[in-house]
Design a protein around this ligand. Sequence first.
Ligand SMILES: [Zn+2]
Length: 134
Amino acid sequence: MPMPHCDVCGEEAVGVASSQMGPISFAYCEQCAMDGLEPYDMLVGMVAMSGKLEEFHSWFVEMVKRSCVKAGKSDDDFSRDVEAFAEKVAKDPLVSRQEDGFTVTEVIIGIVMVFVLLFFIVAFIALAKYIGWI
Ligand SMILES: [Zn+2]
C-alpha cells in the first residue's frame, strides 16, 4: 500500500496521526510531525469557524504561525484567507444561521423528528388496540 502524502507539505508521509486541532487525523511526514505543524487550509477553516486567532491559546497561535511559514504564507495571507472562508460560510444556507431563524439542516432534522414522533404515536395506538386497552 503506497504511503499517503503529508497533508501539511505534500512530501511522502511516515504515517497518519491524530491532529492537535481536535478529533481528526492527518498524514504527516517526519519533519512536519516533529515540528508539530498542521495543514494550512484546515487551520484557516478552524479559526474562521471559531473566532479570531488572537482569542486562541498562545501554543495554538504559535503552531499556526509555524504552519504558515511551512505553507509559505504570511500572517496577512492567513488573516485574509480566514476572512474569505468566514464570508463563504456565512453565505452557505446549510450551515449559516439566518437572523433568529434556523439553518436548512436544522429544518430538515426537525421535519424528520416530527415524522419519527408521529410514527411512535401511531405505533402506540396500534399496540394499545391490539392489547385491548382501547
Ligand atoms: Zn510534511
